[in-house]
Design a protein around this ligand. Sequence first.
Ligand SMILES: Nc1ncnc2c1ncn2[C@@H]1O[C@H](COP(=O)(O)OP(=O)(O)OP(=O)(O)O)[C@@H](O)[C@H]1O
Length: 345
Amino acid sequence: MALLEVEDLAVRFYTEAGVVRAVDGLSYTLDRGERLGVVGESGAGKTVAALAVLGLLDDPARIEGDVRFDGESLRAADDDRLRAIRGGRIGMVFQDPEAALNPVYTVGEQVAEAVRAHTDRDGAAARDRAVALLDRVGIPDPATRADQYPHEFSGGMAQRALVAMALAGEPDLLIADEPTTGLDVTVQAQLLELLDDLATDDLAVQLVSHDLGVVAEFCDRVLVMYAGEAVERATVDDLFYEPKHPYTAGLLSAVPRIGADRDRLSSLSGTTPDLSAPPPGCRFHPRCPYAEDVCTKRDPPLVSTDDGDGEPHYAACFAYTGDLDGDLSFSVDVVDDTDDGGADR
Ligand SMILES: Nc1ncnc2c1ncn2[C@@H]1O[C@H](COP(=O)(O)OP(=O)(O)OP(=O)(O)O)[C@@H](O)[C@H]1O
């Protein structure tokens, strides 16, 4: 049984301007110790999907589908149970660490509070554990730093402190939403290194990111979202060396690569559609160079593209259901010439 099972998740926001279909028919699983990247442009629904999994969306959101963690339905769980799991067995880290910390309490008090909430440690034991957690996330001189206030922490150190809080309940799953966005490049790299150290067989990670480089480096598998839907799901290697969905190919071609022949690459034009009035048929069709009549009429299901051997590779495109007359001819264009592993696939 997978650690996390998301089945047919849909999130709609009922707003005055209309119904925003932020997530539609999203299904995926995450195994113990696995690292899943969720990628896509801004507005793809990555954050909303993560919040829905965590049960953190209130009105005007309506949620459908199921989310099971270690076999237990989180959609059916009551608030107390949900609060115990969230922050306990599922840790969370978001963008903008400074905003996530409370300015009036010391960092150590805040980590200790998370320890008290999710373990049976109290008093001095909770404080000791907080200092140990700050140490584990690479904060130098943690006993002294624990007594400081958030404004005395740099952005990178604040994010480390939030990772320490997320680890307070010794979670099985960490959901990290753009954890390195907004930090400078060196600090980003250090934080990824930290996550890499922490994500072992005991800790699975769902990493939400618009940065394909980060995902390529860190993750085992990738889920690509476009306009609220999953359009492709594969291992990192398969996705990067052999993308199957035109949107993924477009995203990859927009990433500058050292040594790549730029002239061969065409980048993605256009923007994410308004999700209160998504295009009919395949939501990507207005931007797709391969779109045919069928794409304007029906929404392609996420189907297996497997040619026999290898890991499962799914894409939501009529090219793989036999409904498209033409061929998709992009896969060779996005092979990274600098990596030997990809050249002969
Ligand atoms: N509270 C809300 N009310 C109405 N619409 C919302 C609400 N929250 C999010 N949305 C809409 O849901 C869609 C998905 O947003 P989401 O933030 O999940 O995208 P994202 O892929 O995480 O992008 P980003 O990288 O910019 O965070 C967007 O169209 C957004 O405007």
